[in-house]
Unconditional design. Structure first.
Length: 376
């Protein structure tokens, strides 16, 4: 549910073993513990208060530093409130440097960072330029970045930037990653419950539905694009956000004979790829409000799985059939992963790497991953 959980699930699919987790939000910790009850390590709280030397050794860092200072919605809100955003936001914007601090101390073989698409354009590109400079010039890593839309895997238009880095030079590139044809992507009907099975509490009240329509019309007359999103089973949804619990405006589902409704938390789990055929449903031990916030702040699991498969041959090469470790970051906490021994993965050539990959066998011995969740 938290971003760290999605990153962890993605790299567990190639044999990763989590050895360290960091999550500041107590409700996200609750969800995390419920879904990983067998963990032998405690969940660290605030990454800013964690001594890098106390984090277990790891081979791969997976990190999602706070997106609010860089997202379009976050920047607009902070501008309206006359608050700083980007790196000027001391509460969240500078947490990237805590990721860099951990990487500098442990020198993992590789890392994967995730953030909103707007990170590339924030402050006219200067923010992303600083991040690239820190990762390459100061830390000495080779990096590749790509904005990936999740709608090739789930019925949701959700663009996120992924930054992959390797300590040793190689020919890795996210541009070569196989991405399924969007035209063949799933529609909302694949994740929606039958209308008769959805409790009435998810249907908008007449008052709220009337307010949303008036609000949308007011902005339409002004030439703005603000408003609700109304979808059916043959559609692809807008981006699910952390504010979804307020009114559900960005993704409303049409209903027969009554007003539209919000998605249920279980439908959100499917929309984000946590629940999928052949996979046990994730546990949701928190309230609907907290569940919506966590799903809106998370990463789409099958997208991370696809990136993990693309990185797997290179991670395996660097490990030389020896133990691999990963480190993943979330809101204010990291976690470590180890990759279990398995057959060596054959690397594809550059000419065929963009084709659909064959199933990836688990990497060599335990791959250690450290995960960290964003502070809110």
């Amino acid at each position: 549910m938290p971003a760290s959980e999605a990153l962890r699930r993605g790299f567990e699919s190639i044999g990763g073993e989590c050895v360290f987790t960091c999550e500041r939000d107590r409700y996200s910790q609750q969800t995390y513990r419920a879904n990983f009850p067998g963990d032998q390590h405690e969940i660290a709280d605030d990454i800013r208060e964690v001594n890098a030397a106390e984090i277990p050794e790891h081979d791969l860092v997976l990190a999602g530093f706070p997106c609010q200072p860089f997202s379009i919605a976050g920047v607009s809100k902070k501008n309206a409130l006359n608050r700083p955003h980007g790196f000027a936001c001391k509460a969240q914007g500078t947490l990237f440097y805590d990721v860099a601090r951990v990487i500098a101390h442990h020198r993992p073989k590789a890392f994967l960072l995730e953030n909103v698409k707007n990170l590339v354009r924030h402050d006219k590109g200067r923010t992303f330029g600083v991040i690239q400079d820190v990762l390459t010039r100061e830390l000495g890593y080779q990096i590749s970045s790509k904005v990936i839309d999740a709608k090739s895997w789930v019925p949701q238009h959700r663009e996120r930037i992924f930054i992959a880095g390797f300590r040793d030079p190689n020919d890795f590139s996210l541009d070569d990653m196989y991405i399924p044809d969007v035209s063949g992507g799933p529609k909302l009907g694949t994740i929606l419950d039958k209308q008769s099975d959805v409790p009435d509490k998810y249907t908008l009240s007449d008052h709220l539905w009337g307010y949303l329509r008036k609000y949308a019309e007011k902005h339409r007359l002004k030439g703005n694009g603000f408003g609700y999103g109304l979808f059916g089973p043959d559609d692809v949804a807008r981006t699910l956000s952390a504010r979804y619990h307020k009114d559900g405006a960005e993704i409303l589902i049409r209903q027969h004979g009554k007003g539209p409704r919000r998605l249920t938390p279980r439908e959100c789990a499917r929309l984000m790829g946590f629940d999928a055929p052949g996979r046990a449903p994730m546990l949701i031990p928190v309230s609907d409000m907290q569940a919506y916030r966590q799903f809106g702040n998370s990463v789409v699991v099958p997208v991370v799985e696809a990136v993990a498969r693309h990185m797997a041959p290179y991670i395996s090469d660097m490990c030389g059939h020896a133990a691999v470790r990963q480190h993943t970051k979330s809101s204010a906490a990291p976690f470590d992963f180890r990759c279990r021994r398995g057959p060596h993965t054959t690397r594809q050539t550059r000419t065929d790497r963009a084709e659909e990959p064959a199933p990836v066998e688990p990497c060599p011995p335990p791959l250690a991953i450290a995960s960290r969740k964003r502070p809110r």
